[in-house]
Design a binder for this molecule. Structure first.
Ligand code: ZN
Length: 137
């Protein structure tokens, strides 16, 4: 359990919207259970970035494409996720999303958004993040 997870809204925005961290991505990030779909996996990876859990990002990354280690930039704060489109079948899924971030404080602060179409593949019954590209439009 992540501290405060029972009352805190999930950083991913919640599935369904407004769900708490404890009933949304919390159990995935703390390894209680594995995300059952590409969308829940994608959301849990976003939440892992937001709460600073590189282990979850690493273990949900396909072994063939993941980096040797995952380092999260603690100066970047992830402040919102929007899932744009979900498609796919039982073997491969695609989730397009936009994630907003900010870093620094006051007049030195910066903010922005990154969008990606992520591909997820199923391996031994579990979904993994394989790779991502910038949305074409
Ligand atoms: Zn969530």
């Amino acid at each position: 359990m992540i501290p405060g997870g029972a009352t805190q809204s999930c950083p991913c925005g919640g599935l369904p919207a407004g769900a708490t961290l404890a009933t949304c991505c919390g159990p995935f990030v703390t390894r209680e259970t594995w995300p059952p779909t590409p969308e829940t996996l994608m959301r849990s990876r976003y939440t892992a970035y937001a709460v600073g859990n590189p282990d979850h990002v690493f273990r949900t990354w396909h072994p063939e494409t993941r980096p040797a280690e995952v380092d999260l930039d603690s100066s970047v704060e992830w402040i919102g996720l929007r899932v744009v489109e979900v498609s796919g079948d039982d073997v491969e899924g695609v989730v397009e999303f936009t994630a907003r971030w900010r870093s620094g404080a006051g007049s030195a602060g910066q903010s922005g958004a990154m969008s990606e179409r992520s591909t997820f593949v199923r391996r031994a019954g579990r979904w993994f993040y394989r790779d991502g590209v910038a949305p074409s439009d």
